[in-house]
Design a protein around this ligand. Structure first.
Ligand SMILES: C[S@@+](CC[C@H](N)C(=O)[O-])C[C@H]1O[C@@H](n2cnc3c(N)ncnc32)[C@H](O)[C@@H]1O
Length: 390
């Protein structure tokens, strides 16, 4: 649908204009490109129902006197859109470009059913032969399910990350890993914001067309965000609001340039090579460039204990391993509570750490809280049994 059109860049320009500056922005971009990008987004959000097979919906997007027409074709568990007018649409749905942009990217709130015009064609009339009615009812039911799916996609509702992980087939839930509930816990506050997200590791390795499952999951979750995927292999992914970048996560200079061009990022997820030295190099380059209030997540930390991956199963605090490095950050978080010397950048800018099985989150923000008064530090209270002796 979006062949030849850079849908991601169009949406990147459109989303910040929602709602007040939309009329001007739609005029600047022009209706054909605006409509193409919005319809692409809508189709990607649509969760096509089973048994809706073979239903076409006529979708019209307007702006003043102009309009852009689309055939939205529902197959069995598939949905696709093409410019044009269907020969036999089961329903017609019409949005102004502004209303469609607001429905997709506006702040969450009650669904405004007046934001679109809808007309369902009646398959059964007074002249329908009775013998044809059962079959037509089946078609009508499928058509209603397709229609529901289309309009449900125009709402701020988002499925849980567990559902999205299953829908798009990433292993972040349900097989090897059980990460998505933790992501839900830490990332929900960003889900309706205009975030810039980076995931290192797109998946599919050397295969140009495969991978991208988790990028699609993030795209659906961060409904106003721009999602970037970095992989050492070239990747092609035709999903709006997703940009793929080729590069090596161990190349600090490249990562800094990438952040300058596409960031600053609010969220970084490292699901790349999982070699300890690569994890540390990426963190070293990208954490200082992360936005204040942002989160840096690292997956598959088990490799910190695997010597063949650059880990260490004897010295589990070795600073060359991801876990050894992260453990040290805990000391930095508490640097004001002991004589730690001159605080480092990380001491002053890591404000929280969360650890789960094989997954950690590092929260960026000023670590400014003052330490406990020296008198408390030096003198244990005498009401603690044994305290006086220390
Ligand atoms: C586990 S897969 C990512 C899976 C994906 N995040 C998902 O959840 O669906 C790891 C990916 O990291 C990429 N990768 C490996 N080494 C890398 C490096 N040095 N820099 C960037 N990407 C790398 C691989 O090509 C592979 O596609």
């Amino acid at each position: 649908m979006s062949a030849g059109i850079d849908t991601t860049s169009i949406l990147e320009a459109l989303i910040p204009a929602v709602p007040g500056a939309l009329p001007d922005r739609v005029r600047e971009i022009g209706l054909p490109l605006t409509a193409a990008a919005l319809v692409d987004e809508l189709v990607h959000r649509c969760d096509p129902p089973a048994r809706s097979g073979g239903v076409d919906i006529h979708l019209r997007v307007t702006s003043g006197p102009e309009s852009a027409d689309y055939v939205v074709a529902f197959g069995d568990e598939t949905v696709a859109a093409e410019p044009g007018v269907p020969e036999e649409p089961w329903a017609r749905v019409e949005f102004t470009a502004e209303n469609l942009a607001k429905a997709l990217f506006g702040r969450p709130g009650p669904i405004n059913t007046g934001a679109w015009r809808h007309e369902a064609l009646q398959l059964i009339g007074p002249d329908t032969p009775p013998g044809e009615i059962p079959e037509l009812l089946k078609v009508q039911e499928g058509a209603m399910r397709a229609n529901d799916a289309l309009l449900a996609a125009c709402s701020p509702h988002r499925p849980s990350l567990n559902e999205l992980a299953s829908r798009f087939g990433t292993d972040k839930w349900g097989s090897v890993h059980w990460y998505t509930p933790y992501y839900e816990r830490h990332f929900s506050a960003f889900a309706d914001e205009e975030v810039r997200v980076l995931e290192i590791g797109i998946g599919g390795y050397h295969d140009l067309e495969s991978g991208g499952s988790s990028l699609r999951m993030w795209q659906r979750f961060f409904r106003r965000g721009i999602v970037h995927g970095l992989d050492v292999y070239e990747k092609r992914l035709d999903t709006p609001r997703v940009r793929t970048i080729q590069g090596d996560q161990s190349d600090r200079d490249f990562l800094r340039r990438m952040s300058e061009e596409h960031g600053p990022f609010d969220i970084v997820v490292d699901d790349g090579s999982h070699f300890n030295r690569d994890v540390l190099a990426s963190f070293d380059a990208l954490f200082p460039l992360l936005k204040e209030g942002g989160i840096y997540a690292i997956e598959d930390l088990q490799t910190a204990y695997w010597p063949s991956w650059g880990g260490d199963d004897r010295d589990t605090a070795a600073p060359t391993t991801s876990i050894g490095f992260l453990k040290k950050l805990i000391d930095g978080l508490y640097h004001r509570e002991y004589e730690a010397g001159k605080p480092s950048y990380l001491d002053e800018n890591v404000m929280g750490l969360y650890f789960y099985h094989n997954l950690a989150f590092v929260l960026k923000g000023a670590n400014n809280e003052c330490g406990a008064p020296a008198v408390v530090r030096e003198t244990p209270p005498d009401y603690i049994p044994g305290g006086e002796e220390e």
